[in-house]
Design a protein. Structure first.
Length: 384
């Protein structure tokens, strides 16, 4: 029998390439996503959350996250979204308006507060996601002027967020059927976008209908928080749910943020606190809320994140630094930080009060002058 022989050049080529092919196969195996095989070891800051369903995690969110500013009655936050995300916020709520055909982030009206184009906001989100590969983030869009989902799709594609967005298998899913955080991270679909109106699963599946998947508690609360179902488009017993925990006050008949109570509102415990509302909701529904929207999240010194950690059964580290409240002014004591916010809102109250007084007095003088003119005309008519 004749033995096989290979040219020396071929043997050398095989010897060189076999180790390379072995390394390549290992790389492909490591980089490909296999359902059921989890690679992420830390998810949203904790290894304990990797095997937890997205529908069984409590996230802290910022109400009107883009509405940032000092001495601005329409602002709900003190820090921009880069700082919010750095500190641990994992749901960003926005209010989208039509400004000359573009999607602009405005508070009620772009004349009242214009937070800039949504495209710039999304670019910041994209950068943050790229720098934080082990985090899942949600965006909640209040589609105030009824843009079609394709308009949002265009913006997402322009900044590259469409490829990292999660598309569910159906338009609505029970809370128990959402994928785990580890699965979302491993598959590279770490952005979950909900929209309150005009979502269309058939045209843009990753723009998810909020109220077919989530119900909300009442908002614009000025007294006591409760856990009643305020808005929904499905069965609340199986949906995820969101608690609106930001306290307002009435000013000239309109609800505006009440920063004077921010420490108490965001607290772990106490009357009307975030912790108290969470406990109330758990007692009524037997499960934790999935999202907690707050104003001025840094007030309470991280208390909102402590509430979420307790709900998720993970350890809260109070030494983890977050942004500090705006420095107190001419005040002292435990309520000092609240007082500083109260001062800057009092400034606007004073301006509004002065405007109202000028309006009332001006109207009175106008009518008084008009009556005087009429009386003088009558007097002249009698003597002519």
């Amino acid at each position: 029998m004749r033995s096989l022989s290979f040219p020396p050049a071929l043997v050398a080529l095989i010897v060189c390439y076999v180790p390379f092919l072995a390394l390549l196969s290992e790389f492909v195996a490591a980089s490909s996503y296999t359902p059921g095989v989890r690679r992420a070891t830390t998810c949203n800051g904790s290894p304990d959350l990797c095997d937890r369903s997205f529908g069984n995690v409590t996230f802290v969110g910022t109400h009107d996250s883009y509405a940032v500013g000092v001495n601005n009655l329409a602002a709900n936050q003190d820090y921009n979204i880069s700082q919010q995300l750095k500190d641990g916020i994992r749901m960003l709520q926005v209010q989208a308006h039509n400004q000359s055909g573009t999607i602009e982030l405005c508070h009620t009206s772009c004349l009242l507060y214009d937070g800039g184009p949504f495209s710039a906001y999304l670019q910041t989100v994209k950068s943050w996601l790229g720098a934080n590969p082990n985090d899942v983030l949600s965006i909640l869009v209040v589609n105030s002027d009824g843009f079609p989902p394709t308009a949002y799709d265009s913006l997402y594609k322009s900044v590259g967020l469409d490829t990292v967005s999660y598309s569910p298998p159906s338009a609505s899913m029970p809370a128990s059927q959402w994928p785990t955080l580890g699965t979302l991270i491993d598959s590279g679909t770490r952005l979950i976008t909900f929209m309150d109106t005009n979502a269309d699963f058939t045209s843009v599946p990753y723009i998810i209908s909020e109220f077919t998947n989530i119900w909300e508690t009442p908002y614009d609360v000025t007294t006591t928080f409760d856990c009643s179902v305020n808005r929904t488009g499905g069965d609340p017993s199986t949906q995820m749910y969101l608690i609106n925990h930001f306290l307002d006050q009435m000013l000239l008949g309109q609800p505006v943020p009440d920063p004077g109570q921010a420490n108490e509102t965001n607290a772990v415990s106490g009357p009307n606190s975030l912790g108290a509302q969470l406990e109330l909701c758990v007692s009524e529904y037997g499960r934790n809320p999935n999202f907690m929207l707050v104003d001025f999240y840094e007030y309470g010194g991280g208390s909102v994140f402590e509430v979420a950690a307790a709900a998720n059964g993970v350890t809260y580290n109070p030494s983890t630094p977050i942004a500090t409240p705006i420095p107190q002014t001419n005040s002292s004591g435990s309520g000092g930080s609240n007082s500083s916010l109260w001062i800057r809102f009092s400034y606007w109250r004073t301006l509004i009060a002065v405007f109202v007084v000028i309006l009332v007095v001006g109207t009175y003088l106008f009518y008084a002058a008009d009556l005087s003119t009429a009386a003088l005309a009558n007097e002249l008519a009698l003597h002519l």
